[in-house]
Write a protein that binds this ligand. Structure first.
Ligand SMILES: Cc1cc2nc3c(=O)[nH]c(=O)nc-3n(C[C@H](O)[C@H](O)[C@H](O)COP(=O)(O)OP(=O)(O)OC[C@H]3O[C@@H](n4cnc5c(N)ncnc54)[C@H](O)[C@@H]3O)c2cc1C
Length: 460
């Protein structure tokens, strides 16, 4: 390949460092323009005008643009349908080739195929994951359906070059003066400002990683505790590619537990690419026959954090306020919705998809199907979390609970986990009357557990 001019299409890889498509583009073309399309197909379907993801992407792109300006170039930001906008940009710029990193989401696969059809020379690269599709197969040549053997095979296949850095040659960027389009405002895109609790962009990702590295040796013991900031908080950055997954794997070397979590991410992306039917329904189709009896009232109480189960309510209120939730809490609330409230997991999946700042189809679907027991290598349906025990074990002093359910603060610790056991006297002393200041438990866990198991037995 030897091109004069090329476009590098930025999507879920908003960064300059360790960027495979950009490294390849700048190695093979003398002038490379970076372009991003605010995709109206995606944006028009979003329900909230103050969507946090749009804010995060917007601010991360601004930083990318500033960084490009330091190198004499700038970001071309378009607003429309990429199927139209990207081929048009290539024509307008008289670019001979298009470079981009692959995306295995079903929508992206179709979109990219349409763009590839219209542009003469296209080059796509694997960047968002280390291994994908059929790169890790079992001895029968089939995709793995169980995580542990998959992760063993994944590790056995890994060579240093698989996680090596791809560094672009920033001398070969297209000069800003020859590039079209101004950076649109958020309002022009039809969106509003929302507060972000994390720093966007490559600098935000690097800061997170720096802060996390000293915690990495303690990750295995702290990762499940709700009241300790013991995980990386990098999922939002990994989702939008403000950090490279290869950089994370390089940092994870020697720390098996974190390394394995990153492989879970690979596993769910492999599952989505090999079994796209998971987007429509259960990985195990027999569970599509379950008729979930849970109603809208139960779903609303769950979503608004009003179930009377403090750990579930605290987690949902935290989620509604920030767009983020700790991994174990995601499991707790997902299991509560499906196994205690008996609501179809797809309703919970959609609720997460609407608000999660790190929303990723592969991981969200994988996490929901794991918790609902309908998925690949899922939690067996008879092993149902007891929310109270999870709460006592992973939030022993109930500090996470009282942060988000402040009405429980004046109870002694044991009642903060389970205020239902407090006497009228205790409730008055804590200035929290059940049914008035905090709800009674919406269901009885033991009763619902039996009903959930019965539902699955019928379907199995
Ligand atoms: C119901 C449910 C829904 C989920 N939805 C998403 C989602 O939409 N997007 C998303 O990124 N993660 C999702 N997860 C996985 C996990 O909860 C988050 O990745 C994690 O909480 C992010 O925090 P962290 O970056 O501090 O993770 P860390 O503990 O620091 O882990 C590092 C990275 O490994 C990956 N990872 C960690 N745990 C998992 C896991 N269980 N499955 C897959 N990948 C994992 C993530 O990319 C994460 O950023 C979901 C889990 C459940 C149970």
């Amino acid at each position: 390949m030897d091109y004069h001019r090329a476009v590098c299409w930025i999507r879920r890889d908003i960064r300059l460092s360790d960027h495979r498509a950009l490294a390849e583009a700048t190695a093979n073309a003398r002038q490379v323009a970076l372009a991003f399309v605010f995709d109206t197909t995606i944006l028009d379907a979003l329900e909230d005008r103050d969507d946090r993801r749009v804010n995060f992407i917007y601010d991360s792109l601004k930083e990318l643009d500033d960084n490009l300006k330091k190198h004499g170039s700038k970001l071309v930001v378009l607003h429309g349908n990429p199927i139209v906008e990207i081929p048009k940009l290539c024509r307008d710029l008289d670019a001979e080739a298009l470079f981009f990193n692959e995306d295995v989401d079903p929508y992206a696969v179709k979109r990219d195929a349409e763009v590839v059809r219209q542009v003469k020379h296209t080059h796509s690269f694997k960047d968002h994951v280390v291994f994908i599709r059929d790169e890790i197969l079992n001895l029968q040549g089939e995709p793995f359906k169980v995580f542990t053997p998959y992760s063993k095979a994944w590790k056995a296949r890994l060579k240093p070059e698989d996680v090596a850095s791809y560094d672009p040659d920033l001398k070969n960027l297209w000069p800003a003066k020859d590039l079209p389009a101004e950076f649109p405002t958020l309002e022009h895109l039809g969106f509003e400002r929302n507060s972000l609790w994390l720093e966007p962009g490559e600098s935000g990702a690097q800061q997170r990683l720096r802060e996390f590295l000293p915690k990495l040796p303690h990750y295995a013991e702290n990762r499940d505790c709700f009241d300790i900031d013991g995980t990386s908080g990098l999922s939002v950055h990994l989702r939008h590619g403000t950090i490279s997954i290869r950089e994370c794997f390089r940092a994870a070397e020697g720390y098996e537990k974190w390394f394995n979590e990153l492989i879970w991410r690979e596993f769910y992306h492999m599952i989505l690419s090999q079994f796209p039917h998971v987007v429509e329904g259960a990985f195990r189709p027999e569970y599509n026959d379950i008729i979930w009896p849970g109603d809208d009232h139960a779903f609303e109480k769950w979503a608004s954090g009003q179930t009377g189960y403090p750990i579930v309510d605290a987690a949902m209120r935290c989620f509604n306020a920030t767009g983020w939730m700790h991994n174990r809490l995601r499991m707790v609330v997902a299991m509560f919705l499906t196994k205690d409230l008996l609501v179809d997991w797809r309703k919970g999946e959609a609720y997460f998809a609407r608000y999660l700042l790190d929303f990723d189809l592969a991981q969200n679907n994988g996490g929901w199907q794991w918790s609902a027991s309908t998925g690949v290598d899922a939690q067996p349906y008879f092993r149902i979390f007891n929310p109270y025990l999870q709460s006592v074990k992973f939030d022993p002093d109930a500090s996470f609970i009282t942060k988000w359910c402040p009405e429980l603060t004046d109870f002694p610790v044991e009642f903060r986990h389970w205020p239902h056991e407090a006497t009228q006297f205790d409730q008055e002393a804590a200035r929290c009357i059940l049914g008035q200041d905090y709800p009674h438990p919406i269901v009885d866990h033991q009763e619902q557990k039996s009903k959930a198991i019965a539902l699955f037995k019928v379907a199995t």
